[in-house]
Ligand binder design. Structure first.
Ligand SMILES: Cc1cc2nc3c(=O)[nH]c(=O)nc-3n(C[C@H](O)[C@H](O)[C@H](O)COP(=O)(O)OP(=O)(O)OC[C@H]3O[C@@H](n4cnc5c(N)ncnc54)[C@H](O)[C@@H]3O)c2cc1C
Length: 467
């Protein structure tokens, strides 16, 4: 009896629930991957995400081949390619891990309906899914804090090794090259996809960084967060490995500091996945119905402002540093993600879907559930969102979370020599200080492109008008 394990985003063999479960029932398994042209055409993909995915796919194929197995890759439409491989090996079952985004749900439902053999699906990507954690009235949670309390109490299974299995010899396409896929990058690429790099990052993080996480996680100049997000997105490590590594650190050291706070982030991740599953319309529309009609701006002036925003040239150093960090590395620290999204909403008044597109194209960890959650939170249109009248001040956020301007200097070289006193508001530099620091405002670095105080008031009006 042969089973096909259709892999999508869990790019590892260890603790891959579909492989583990298939290996309990089958001696022969075909790990199978379809490079889906339709997905490439219909999603806002960019080099960072595609590169990480591609490297992780290549790594998985190589690792399986080293064990005398293989990853069979086919290019085409998933249903058609699955039907072909089922016939080739006379498979009697297809196994796959569940995915929660609308596109994947539709695709997977179609596959289940149209394949005439059994299709078994598994929870793998999250610790708790769908309707596993419900309110006392049996409804899915919209408020994080109550969800979190139950999330922490719920049992979490340990990672598992698959049993022995053989992979029948089959023809496989190559892992597509980036040129073939049409994606290019200028400069150094700072990420390594694949399992080895994910495991190393996790080990390093739980060895020491996790203990300082609570105190340091809001300071983007510190390397204090795990940077595991692309590995969790593409499943080069499993979410259970991440959770239990943190628990192991707690047990070994007895040191609680940081661990609960970090695990809370894993709970946020699950929370947003269950929000998207239970309210899939969130992918297209604001979660809060009363704000669906907000009159976001998109006239010529705002199109120009958006261009400057995307280049990191708004004249607000903390925002610009964050955008440039994303443009140059494919990643942005969480605190500036919140500030940038708030700036796009409440200083520029540009539709949240435009920011979603930019972040989808530019982030290595672009993940629809967490991104929608984060953006709609900052835009005050999401579940359990920041109230609309609470507006981040882009200057004081910088002063608070990057007090000496280290982060700003790292990403905005033209501000490198600006004295600490002006680093957050360089437009206030007197002429002679501009001269001395080699940074002329309006030439080397822009004046603020909007007046924050006025825009903040306009934002409040927009929300009040809509509701
Ligand atoms: C506007 C905005 C957009 C975002 N877009 C994404 C995205 O596309 N993909 C993504 O994975 N995260 C996103 N986040 C959440 C968060 O910023 C990143 O997960 C985090 O910065 C990744 O860095 P890390 O791996 O070092 O996180 P750590 O602080 O080490 O956290 C560990 C893991 O927990 C998860 N996590 C952490 N914070 C959150 C959060 N607020 N919500 C959901 N999960 C979280 C991630 O998987 C992360 O890898 C977004 C947040 C905001 C405000």
């Amino acid at each position: 009896m042969v089973a096909i394990v259709w892999l999508r985003r869990s790019m590892r063999e260890y603790d891959n629930t579909a492989i583990v479960r298939a290996s309990k029932n089958h001696d022969k398994i075909v790990p199978f991957y379809v490079v889906d042209d339709e997905y490439f055409a219909s999603h806002d993909l960019g080099y960072p995400r595609v590169r990480f995915w591609r490297d992780s796919l290549a790594d998985l194929k190589e690792k399986l081949q080293e064990k005398g197995k293989d990853l069979v890759i086919r290019k085409g439409k998933p249903l058609k390619e699955l039907k072909k491989v089922v016939d080739e090996v006379d498979a009697d079952e297809v196994y796959h891990n569940r995915d929660y985004e609308p596109y994947a749900r539709e695709r997977d439902e179609k596959v289940s309906q149209e394949l005439d053999i059994s299709v078994k699906t598994f929870k793998d990507v999250v610790l708790h899914e769908k309707r596993e954690i419900l309110t006392n009235k049996g409804e899915p949670y919209k408020v994080y804090s109550y969800y979190r309390d139950k999330w922490f109490k719920k049992e979490k299974r340990k990672p598992q090794e698959p049993e022995n299995y053989e992979v029948p010899k089959l023809e496989s396409d190559n892992v597509p090259s980036l040129e073939e896929l049409g994606f290019k990058w200028e400069g150094d690429w700072p990420w390594r996809g694949g399992r080895k790099s994910g495991k190393k990052k996790l080990e390093k993080f739980v060895e020491n960084q996790i203990f300082n996480y609570e105190d340091k996680r809001d300071f983007p100049a510190e390397s204090s967060t795990s940077k595991l997000s692309p590995h969790l997105k593409f499943g080069t490590i499993s979410i259970r490995e991440a959770y239990w590594a943190a628990e192991e650190a707690r047990k070994k050291t007895g040191d609680e500091s940081g661990i609960d706070t970090w695990e809370e982030e894993l709970a946020w991740r699950d929370f947003y996945f269950q929000v998207l599953w239970n309210w899939p319309e969130e992918a297209e529309k604001a979660f809060l119905e009363k704000y669906r009609g907000i009159d976001w701006h998109w006239d010529d002036k705002h199109k120009e402002l958006w261009k400057k925003f995307k280049k990191g040239r708004t004249g607000f150093p903390f925002v610009d540093a964050a955008i440039r960090q994303m443009n140059e590395t494919g990643w942005m620290h969480n605190r500036p993600r919140m500030v940038v999204a708030s700036f796009a909403a409440k200083d520029l008044h540009v539709d949240w879907r435009k920011l979603h597109k930019v972040m989808s194209e530019r982030l290595v960890d672009a993940e629809i559930a967490s991104m929608l959650g984060g953006i709609q939170w900052a835009y005050s249109v999401g579940t359990d969102a920041q109230p609309y009248f609470r507006v981040f001040n882009p200057w004081t956020q910088g002063e608070k979370h990057d007090p000496d301007g280290k982060y700003i200097r790292e990403w905005i070289p033209e501000l490198d020599k600006v004295p600490e006193q002006y680093i957050h508001r360089p437009y206030k530099m007197p002429e002679d200080v501009q001269e001395e620091s080699g940074c002329r405002i309006g030439e080397d670095y822009p004046e603020p492109v909007v007046a924050h105080k006025e825009e903040k008031e306009k934002a409040v009006e927009l929300f009040e008008k809509a509701s």
